[in-house]
Design a protein around this ligand. Structure first.
Ligand code: ZN
Length: 332
C-alpha cells in the first residue's frame, strides 16, 4: 500500500522532525526509516504511468512487453488493421497530444505519421525502433512490382525490418532505452524486462533455424501474395515467389490463374500463402492443379486480434515459421 505509507513519510518530512527523534518514533511504530529522507518524487512518478504511443500493433506489443505496468500505452494502427490504407482519426491525434514518448518504425512505413505529429503538436521523445537495425534494399523486381494494396513511402529500403528476429532484438533494446530515458526511475525495470524478452527472441530464433535446417534449401519455396517477407526470406533462406492477382478482393482473370499455375509447377513450389481476402475457390484450384499445399495466412504488418496465436510479436513469428515449416515438410 504505497499511498498511506507515502503520506506518513511526507508528513514527517514536512514537520521537520529531527532524524533521531523520527527514527525512534519510526521504531516505535515499525516504520522503515531507510528511505525516509529520500526525494518523494519517484513515488509520485510511480503513481502515474508513462503515457506512450506506438504507431502499429507489432511495436505496440513489444512496448507493452517491456513497459509493463509502468506505461500507459496507446497503439494507433491496431491488430488486424491494414497499415497501408490506414487513415488517422481525431482520436489518434488526441492520443499523441497527451503522450510523452512515441515509438515508431520509420523507414517510410508510417507515411501518415508526420501529419499526426503536426496536428497534435507532439513534442515528446521519438524512439526510432529500427535505429541500427540491419536494413535491406528492395531489389529491382520488388521495386517494379505493382501491388496496389502494399505501398510504403520509402522507395528503395524495405521497411518490414521486424520480420527478422535479430532486428526484433534491436527494436526491443531501442524501445527499452527510450523508456528508460523518459522514465529513469524505472530504468532497472525496463532493462530487466527487455533482457528476458530478448532471451525469448534468441530461443525462438534458434528453434526456427533448426526447424528450417531440416528442409533442403532448394525446397524452401512458397508462393506469397504479400510483399513483406524479404527480411524473413533472407534470415531463414526461404524463397517467397510473388504472384499478381491474389493480394486483394479483385478476382484474378482465368489467364492470370493459368500463369500462376504454370509458375508454381515450374518453380516446384511447395506451398501457397495468400491473404485471407483472396478467393478461396481460386486458391483451391491452384493447389489442386499443382499439388502445392495451402498454407493459410502469414502475418506481416499487423498482429492478429487478441486471443489468436499471432496476437503478439513472438506469437506471430512462431505462427509464420510454424506454417511454413509444416507446408514445406508436407511437400517433401
Ligand atoms: Zn507493408
Amino acid at each position: 500500500m504505497p499511498e498511506p505509507d507515502f503520506r506518513s513519510r511526507r508528513r514527517a518530512v514536512l514537520l521537520g522532525l529531527a532524524g533521531g527523534a523520527l527514527a525512534s518514533a519510526a521504531r516505535a511504530s515499525h516504520i522503515d526509516t531507510r528511505h525516509l529522507f529520500a526525494d518523494a518524487k519517484p513515488l509520485l512518478v510511480q503513481a502515474t504511468p508513462l503515457p506512450v504511443v506506438a504507431t502499429f500493433s507489432i511495436l505496440g506489443d513489444m512496448t507493452r512487453q517491456i513497459g509493463g505496468e509502468h506505461i500507459r500505452l496507446t497503439t494507433i494502427v491496431g491488430p488486424g488493421v491494414d497499415a497501408h490504407s490506414f487513415e488517422p482519426a481525431p482520436q489518434d491525434i488526441k492520443a499523441l497530444e497527451g503522450a510523452k514518448v512515441l515509438i515508431l518504425n520509420g523507414i517510410g512505413f508510417e507515411g501518415w505519421l508526420p501529419r499526426v505529429i503536426k496536428a497534435s503538436g507532439f513534442d515528446g521523445m521519438q524512439v526510432l525502433a529500427s535505429r541500427t537495425a540491419s536494413l535491406r534494399h528492395l531489389n529491382e523486381t520488388e521495386q517494379q512490382r505493382s501491388d496496389p494494396g502494399h505501398k510504403h513511402k520509402d522507395a528503395d529500403i524495405d521497411p518490414h525490418a521486424w520480420q527478422d528476429l535479430r532486428n526484433g532484438m534491436i527494436y526491443a533494446q531501442n524501445i527499452a532505452d527510450g523508456l528508460s530515458q523518459a522514465d529513469p526511475a524505472h530504468r532497472a525495470y525496463y532493462q530487466n524486462r527487455v533482457k528476458s524478452y530478448i532471451a525469448q527472441m534468441k530461443k525462438l530464433d534458434t528453434e526456427i533455424r533448426s526447424g528450417f535446417a531440416e528442409i533442403p534449401e532448394s525446397r524452401r519455396k512458397v508462393i506469397s501474395s504479400h510483399d513483406a517477407f524479404g527480411y524473413f526470406a533472407d534470415a531463414y533462406g526461404i524463397k517467397f515467389i510473388p504472384v499478381v492477382g491474389l493480394s486483394n478482393d479483385a478476382e484474378p482473370s482465368a489467364r492470370e490463374v493459368a500463369a500462376i499455375i504454370k509458375q508454381v509447377k515450374k518453380e516446384k513450389v511447395s506451398g501457397v500463402f495468400v491473404e485471407s481476402t483472396a478467393s478461396p475457390k481460386i486458391v483451391h484450384q491452384i493447389a489442386r492443379e499443382t499439388g502445392a499445399k495451402i498454407g493459410g495466412t502469414l502475418y506481416s504488418d499487423a498482429l492478429a486480434r487478441p486471443d489468436e496465436p499471432a496476437s503478439t510479436y513472438l506469437g506471430m513469428f512462431s505462427w509464420n515459421a510454424g506454417r511454413l515449416i509444416y507446408v514445406l515438410k508436407a511437400g517433401d
